[in-house]
Design a protein around this ligand. Sequence first.
Ligand code: NDP
Length: 478
Amino acid sequence: MRTVQSFVRGAWCQGNHTVPDVNPAHPSTPVAQVSLASTKLAEQAVQAAVDLAPTWRSTPAPARGEILRRAADILQQRMSDVALDLACEEGKTLPEAAGETARAVAILRYFAAQTLEPDGETYPSHSAKTFLYAVREPVGTVAAITPWNFPIAIPAWKIAPALAYGNSVVWKPAEIVPLTAIHLVQALADAGLPSGVLNLVLGRGSEVGDTLTTHPGVDAITFTGSNQVGRAIQAKAVALGKKVQLELGGKNPAVVLADADLDHAADQVARGAFLSAGQKCTATSRVIVERAIWNEFRQKLVQKTEQMTLGDPLDGKTKIGPVSSEQQFKTVRDYLEIAKKENAVFLTGEPVPEKGEGYFIMPVVLDGLSRQSVLVREEVFGPVAALLPAQNADEALELANDTPFGLSASVFTNDLNRAMRFVRNLHAGVVKVNQETAGLEFQVPFGGMGDSSSGSREQGKVAREFFTQWKTVYIDTF
Ligand code: NDP
């Protein structure tokens, strides 16, 4: 059995206690043991990153990019091992895990290429003897705190730009996905990243979190996870003068209008709601359907949902694996009990599962809920979608925007005018027409409105906003 450890100043370091890395499909057979870091080790990790920050920022940007490019190649060579470990510890199907690893490779390559892009602007000065320009410099030392649901893609879209733009990093992945984290760190180390530039802390958020987010050496924190933890980190860190970027939850609507291609819409809604067991911040959780097609669409969605085979992530027939942990299983189950109390009609997914060997939950389509119900207002983060009828497009738009979140939203229609009306008026950071709410490209900005995000967007060229700061330079020559 493998034991995985933190990586500090280029060395694998033992923590102060060990816990099993659980396979959510087979919880009684752990995939590894995780040695969890103490706060002392977390402090050493931050100190290593702080010590290496000057070396890394003075490394020419194209040389930094070359290391990222090599890491991408290495990760690509190791793709099948990474995907297997990811599927076994997180519960995604093997094709989903391979797809996510391929995405991490592409992200590393994208930010490698960004190191050859212009890093500033020149300006005409009011003075004839002044050369006036502004240049982007690294922020310094970045703490990256990442969740379990995309254990390699999310870390890649934080760590790759952080490194490309010259920052040193201390990274805390979610405690339940350490093996995947090790693969990313090892690929960067093997690619020649100097020791101490990227440090990995395997530890519980409740134990090492404060050290990483309040340490005076940390200049910026990039976080993806729950609203509760994200907002608490933000409150503390901003008070200490740190830069903070948060990607939080969603309650993403898919609106199906009467003129849509209903087969396509049902397929996309089922994918958006249930792939990766619905554990995506961009997952579809409210399906708003125009009355005129209510019965027909509902039937089609149920049919598509019933075709999605639930099973072992390593079985080729499986479309949906288990939810990622016992905690997640309990959370989703509790929400389904609330749904029953709210008199929801389960169109699929009954009976609500008891805990057995594996944290499996059938995809659930709910009908009969009001817009005030808990299942329509709160993020479930599991394979659960609620259907809501709308009399017309006006009411559909109003329902879609009736949430404090604003991450992703879809509209299904063949009418360009109606589509554009939704594009203009949906309150969401990502809007899609005739596509599922989930599924992102990495070269464009990603983030949400309202309670879904805070700070500048991630991914694409705009990632530079968070990981750099402007320096304006006035040079007089005589
Ligand atoms: P959390 O917000 O608890 O965890 C996200 C990350 O933050 C993990 O690495 C976690 O570490 C870390 N963390 C936890 N507490 C602290 C702290 N005090 N200081 C610093 N870091 C901390 O999410 P969960 O994993 O518990 O999931 C709970 C819910 O969050 C889900 O049901 C879902 O609703 C939402 N979520 C949203 C995601 C998104 O993509 N927006 C992703 C994942 C979850 P550790 O795991 O060790 O506790």
